[in-house]
Design a protein around this ligand. Structure first.
Ligand SMILES: *[C@@H]1O[C@H](CO)[C@@H](O)[C@H](O)[C@H]1NC(C)=O
Ligand SMILES: *[C@@H]1O[C@H](CO)[C@@H](O)[C@H](O)[C@H]1NC(C)=O
Ligand SMILES: *[C@@H]1O[C@H](CO)[C@@H](O)[C@H](O)[C@H]1NC(C)=O
Ligand SMILES: *[C@@H]1O[C@H](CO)[C@@H](O)[C@H](O)[C@H]1NC(C)=O
Length: 240
């Protein structure tokens, strides 16, 4: 494709986003834990994925980045190696990192020679990434550790917004699945959702699992399990 066509297509994308605005996109929420693989659906009107364009944005970017351009991976993006286009034009991302959260938009275009026309409505995905980190890498009995479970989200600015408008919530649960405890502190003052679990480790906590869950409308969407043992090893594994 020539540069002219490329420019023209970019212009069209820009124009159409001006015309439709954000409200012209049908968004779905997808939740995933860091380290997992994810598939973002494109409500494709067309079978042929060479018409598919995926773009990405989050609040730290001035403008959207094209990840897939008419079925071709844009090799300039830092994470292109983790991306692939599914046979149904979905966007697959391997080994999710906390930097992958944001808004993804799938568009489909027909035509050639600079006369591209968008087909169907844009499909949008808000990708939320759940990640757990620990205040200490070395764990031993008697030590006070804090586990932080954070949901990286876009476009909501505050956690309160997420909770009230999307009914998205975070919980620490113990091995019997019981939620909440006075030791668990949810912080919503920052611009991101973080729930921390603060605990002085006892011998009996050896190999104990703590699980952080993200729920939407009271349904568990993703969770991370964190296991500490007194040898200083730590593991986290992920389940959906
Ligand atoms: C996944 O990404 C992390 C960094 O975010 C890296 O340390 C790890 O090796 C990657 N795993 C695989 C299987 O590529
Ligand atoms: C989970 O928490 C509940 C309520 O605090 C408690 O009764 C139960 O024993 C806990 N289970 C485990 C395995 O810690
Ligand atoms: C965790 O608990 C310890 C001991 O009570 C306290 O000193 C520390 O500030 C707490 N950390 C957080 C993040 O709440
Ligand atoms: C700590 O946990 C890891 C992962 O589960 C395990 O491989 C290791 O053997 C454990 N260490 C001890 C001392 O149990």
């Amino acid at each position: 494709m020539s540069d002219n066509n490329h420019l023209c297509l970019l212009g069209l994308i820009f124009l159409s986003s001006l015309l439709t605005g954000v409200s012209g996109v049908d968004y779905v929420h997808v939740f995933i834990s860091s380290g997992e693989d994810v598939r973002l659906p494109c409500n494709n009107a067309l079978q042929d994925c060479t018409s598919t364009t995926w773009s990405y944005n989050n609040r730290f970017r001035d403008s959207a980045v094209e990840l897939i351009h008419l079925g071709e991976k844009n090799k300039d993006t830092e994470r292109h190696e983790r991306l692939s286009l599914g046979s149904d034009c979905s966007l697959n991302i391997r080994n999710i990192s906390t930097e992958d959260y944001g808004s993804y938009i799938c568009q489909q275009w027909t035509g050639e020679n600079g006369k591209h026309q968008k087909q169907g409505p844009d499909a949008g995905v808000y990708l939320h990434v759940l990640h757990v980190s620990s205040s200490h890498t070395e764990i031993s009995s008697g030590l006070s550790v804090t586990l932080f479970c954070r949901l990286y989200s876009y476009p909501r600015v505050s956690c309160d917004d997420l909770v009230s408008s999307e009914r998205i919530d975070l919980f620490w649960v113990n091995q019997t699945g019981v939620k909440s405890d006075s030791r668990y502190q949810i912080s919503s003052s920052s611009d991101q959702c973080i729930i921390s679990l603060n605990k002085t480790l006892l011998n009996e906590d050896h190999n104990r699992e703590w699980r952080c869950e993200v729920t939407q409308k009271d349904q568990v969407k993703s969770s991370v399990t964190y296991t500490v043992n007194s040898s200083g090893e730590k593991t986290s594994h992920y389940q959906f």
